[in-house]
Design a protein. Structure first.
Length: 325
C-alpha cells in the first residue's frame, strides 16, 4: 500500500523553489538556428591512373579534391563589440544590447581537401599477397566541429566579426599516411598429412602497419581577460588564443621541443618562449589556429594463423596477434 505521507515533503520543496525572472525573455540565454539554415553542400572530383606492372601486380595513382560549403558551425549570434576598458566585470556591450547570449547554429564554415594517392597491390600468388598505400594530402577548413567534444577543438571562432581568420589546417588534417599489409602462407606441409603434417602445416603470417602524421591542435589563452568576446564561451568553450612570441616555424616542433622552449615544468600553463597571454586591451590573440601538431602515429600489427585440417571440409583456426604502436 502506498503511504501518501512520504511524498508530502516533495510538495513542500516545490513551494520554496525560486522562480526564474522571465520579465524580459530577450535577455535569456538561448540556442537558435539561422533563418536560412540548410543542408551543407559538397563538391568532389577525382581521377585515377592504373597500370599493371606484372601479371599479379597493379600500381594506382589518383587525385581527389573535395570542397565543402555551407558547413555547420556554432557562431556567437550576439557577440560583444570592441571598446576601451572592457573587463570581465564590466564587459563591452553586445551588438544588440537588448538581447542576451545567443548560441547560433549556422552554415558558416567551409573546407577544402586535396589528396594524392599512390598504391601498389600484389594479388595472391605463390601463397603471398601484399599492398602498400601512401596518401599526401592537405585539409583546410574554418571549423572542424559543430559541437564541442572533449577530444577536439573548441567549436566556435575566436573572432565573431572575422570568421575567415580561423581558416587553417583542419583538426582532421593528416598530411602523410603510409599503410601496408602482407599475407604469406608458409610452404610447409600444405597437405597436412599425418600427425606431423597437422602439427607443422597450415601456418600463415600476416602484418598490417600504419604510419601517419599527428593531429593538429590549437594553443588557447585560457580566458578572455577583457571580456570583449565573452558570450557563448560558457556554452561551447573559450576559443581565445594567445599572442605568438616567436618568429620561428613551430608547426614541425615535437612535444618535447615545445616543452623545452616553454621551460620545464610549464608553470601555470605559461609558455613565454613561444606564447604570451593577451592583455585586457586586446580582443583576440595573433596565434593561429591548429599551428602545432601532435606526435606521429606508428602502428604495427603482426599475426600468426594456424589452420589445422580436422576433416575434408572442417578446419580449426588459432589466431594469436601482436600489436605495437
Amino acid at each position: 500500500m502506498l503511504n501518501l505521507l512520504t511524498i508530502i515533503p516533495a510538495f513542500a520543496t516545490l513551494t520554496t523553489t525560486t522562480v526564474p525572472n522571465v520579465s524580459n525573455p530577450n535577455v535569456l540565454t538561448r540556442t537558435v538556428v539561422a533563418g536560412d539554415f540548410r543542408s551543407s553542400a559538397t563538391d568532389q572530383y577525382s581521377f585515377e591512373f592504373q597500370r599493371e606492372l606484372t601479371g599479379d601486380t597493379v600500381m594506382k595513382v589518383g587525385y581527389i579534391r573535395t570542397r565543402g560549403t555551407g558547413l555547420f558551425q556554432t557562431v556567437d549570434g550576439n557577440p560583444r563589440t570592441a571598446c576601451l576598458g572592457g573587463t570581465s566585470a564590466n564587459p563591452c556591450p553586445r551588438v544588440d544590447p537588448t538581447r542576451g547570449v545567443i548560441r547560433l547554429r549556422a552554415n558558416q564554415a567551409n573546407s577544402i581537401y586535396n589528396a594524392l594517392q599512390v598504391s601498389l597491390e600484389k594479388r595472391l600468388s605463390r601463397s603471398f599477397s601484399a599492398g602498400v598505400n601512401y596518401t599526401y594530402s592537405s585539409f583546410i577548413d574554418t571549423a572542424s566541429e559543430t559541437f564541442n567534444p572533449s577530444n577536439a577543438e573548441v567549436a566556435v571562432a575566436q573572432n565573431s566579426f572575422n570568421l575567415e581568420a580561423d581558416r587553417a589546417r583542419s583538426s582532421f588534417d593528416r598530411p602523410h599516411r603510409l599503410s601496408g599489409n602482407f599475407v604469406y602462407q608458409l610452404p610447409f606441409f600444405d597437405e597436412q598429412g599425418g600427425f606431423a603434417g597437422r602439427l607443422l602445416g597450415g601456418f600463415q603470417v600476416n602484418s598490417f602497419f600504419t604510419v601517419q602524421s599527428g593531429a593538429p591542435f590549437t594553443v588557447l589563452n585560457g580566458a578572455d581577460p577583457a571580456g570583449a568576446l565573452s558570450g557563448i564561451d560558457g556554452l561551447v568553450g573559450n576559443s581565445i588564443r594567445p599572442n605568438l612570441a616567436s618568429n620561428r616555424d613551430i608547426s614541425s616542433l615535437t612535444i618535447p621541443e615545445i616543452r623545452a622552449l616553454c621551460g620545464a615544468p610549464i608553470a601555470n600553463n605559461n609558455c613565454p618562449g613561444l606564447f604570451t597571454r593577451i592583455t585586457a586591451a586586446q580582443r583576440v590573440g595573433d596565434a593561429g589556429r591548429n599551428i602545432l601538431r601532435a606526435q606521429r602515429l606508428t602502428l604495427v600489427d603482426f599475426g600468426i594463423i594456424k589452420n589445422t585440417r580436422i576433416a575434408q571440409n572442417v578446419r580449426i583456426q588459432f589466431v594469436p596477434i601482436c600489436s605495437t604502436s
